[in-house]
Ligand binder design. Sequence first.
Ligand code: IPE
Ligand code: IPE
Ligand code: MG
Length: 262
Amino acid sequence: MEKPAVPIDDYRMPRHIAIVMDGNGRWAKKRFLPRTAGHRAGVAAVRKVIECCLKRRIEALTLFAFSSENWRRPPQEVSLLMELFLTTLERETEKLNENGVRLRVIGDRAAFAPVLQEKISAAERLTSENSQLNLTIAANYGGRWDILQAARVLAERVAQGDLCPEDISTGVFESELALADLPEPDLFIRTGGEQRISNFLLWQLAYTELYFSPALWPDFDDQALELALNDYASRQRRFGYTSEQVEDLVSENACPKTGESR
Ligand code: IPE
Ligand code: IPE
Ligand code: MG
């Protein structure tokens, strides 16, 4: 493996990046192309950003591909997005596996066609032992859905007598959420210039650094990612502490998030 391209020390490098890949439609419109052409170009950008994250040894990358609200789009656009999801899985899974990528999909997959559900499960199984990059695709995902499904699981456990309501701590709650086994996202990137979360990871973004890129998703490349990483590296994450406390923690080589030594 080559060295990370950005000479940023570990502490200033995000372990987990979460991206709202927005701007495909506008990218196409600018070129007088149908929106679907923008989504096709968006797939190439996904490939590129995965390569960039592998090169930089980022631990986890979570990509918002289809929100629980995106079913509201014209039916032809929804069909094209589903088809692209399927063909991309068919074409790319082998290569992802060769590159050591562990692929997982979060969201309510019951709404997908059975063939798509099968491909998702097969890709997850094939790549489950990989550890170079945890790639998560959020599809038919919504942050509110995520919190609700966790609440339902816990309510069920309480109803069964397995769990006392007073034992529902932050940790217990989090263990039922998507991405429970990954560090929380350090850096959130939204492309396309809009400054909103659009029901992405609501719980998990509580202390994430937010970065908004003007680049439309199909144009998002290594350079655009580097801008986001440099911006992230220039920030001080305080997690409720004062700036001075964080400086002390950092000089003691402790983690400001947990106060633990690294
Ligand atoms: C993001 O691009 C892709 C999906 C939501 C699936 P958009 O399709 O939202 O692009 P804009 O925002 O219309 O430009
Ligand atoms: C968010 O983009 C969802 C994805 C990128 C998958 P949208 O384009 O759907 O968000 P809104 O509707 O502008 O908030
Ligand atoms: Mg959009």
